[in-house]
Design a binder for this molecule. Structure first.
Ligand code: NDP
Length: 248
């Protein structure tokens, strides 16, 4: 039987690259998206036409009711969960902290932090050997912003990713004896559409100058690390925060 992977925010970017690599490695996939139904469905169709298994399921990960519906759909389709990739994430336009309002911070933390918390909770209920599951792996998407702080850009997003680091460290210890490994990747500057939503589509080119390797990364380079952390090859790795940042 194929292992089942749930990837949140799989309609584009790092989530979509992870889905393609996972499908090639034989995972059955639940592809979550928020708004881009056509892109997520096209990706599921591409995977199925290549001989794989995939469904696309809409849900806002920051909405508890929608997360419950997402996992109910997963249960109905596959009846198991082996890997959760908490990839869904967003940022808001670049500005200094003194210009930000509470509503923005609530949006940033709701998607980036509480979305990951909700999906972790539901995944653990299904994976935990303590609760009759077969174990599993969780890979969270943090960011180098957690360490660098993102001054003049989005300190709120950086702080939310800092919370993901703490979630990863704590949860890895909490569920280690229940057969679940929890790790995070911390990408640096990766060429995806997220930078346009921060108001600077060319951010990768600008920031590349401060990357020791002299370039931004590709979504597929992050996907490779996610798939390794999810795999049996990483069987003794838990609580790791793996920087994928060209040495930055
Ligand atoms: P993109 O903006 O390209 O894609 C984001 C994905 O997340 C989309 O599929 C989007 O779905 C989905 N999404 C956003 N909000 C929600 C939500 N509330 N519920 C469900 N899905 C949601 O981002 P990237 O691929 O660049 O980023 C992926 C992850 O990697 C994020 O967590 C990001 O913070 C992190 N990261 C990215 C870096 C980079 O340089 N690109 C660097 C460090 C970390 P839809 O389009 O359907 O609305």
């Amino acid at each position: 039987m194929s292992k089942v992977m749930l990837i949140t925010g799989a309609s584009r970017g790092i989530g979509a690259a992870t889905a393609r690599l996972a499908a090639a490695q034989g995972y059955a996939l639940c592809l979550n998206y928020q708004r881009q139904a056509a892109a997520a469905q096209a990706l599921a169709t591409e995977i199925i036409q290549a001989g794989g298994q995939a469904i696309a399921v809409q849900a806002d990960v920051g909405d508890e009711r929608q997360v419950m519906q997402l996992f109910a759909r997963l249960d109905q389709q596959f009846g198991r969960l082996d890997v959760l990739v908490n990839n869904a994430g967003m940022l808001e336009p670049q500005m200094r902290l003194e210009q930000m309002d509470l509503a923005r911070w609530q949006r940033v933390f709701t998607t980036n932090v509480f979305g990951s918390f909700l999906c972790c909770r539901e995944a653990i209920k299904r994976m935990s050997t303590r609760q009759g599951g077969s174990g599993g792996a969780i890979v969270n998407l943090s960011s180098m912003a957690a360490r660098l702080g993102a001054p003049e850009e989005y300190i709120d997003y950086a702080a939310a990713k800092g919370a993901i680091d703490s979630l990863t460290l704590g949860l890895a210890k909490e569920v280690a004896a229940d057969g679940i490994r929890v790790n995070a990747v911390r990408p640096g500057v990766i060429a995806t559409e997220i930078h346009a939503s921060g108001g600077e589509p060319e951010r990768v080119a600008r920031v590349s100058r401060s990357v020791p390797m002299g370039r931004g990364g590709q979504a597929s380079e992050v996907a490779e690390a996610i798939l390794w952390l999810a795999s049996e090859q990483a069987s003794y790795t838990s609580g790791a925060l793996l920087d994928i940042s060209g040495g930055r």
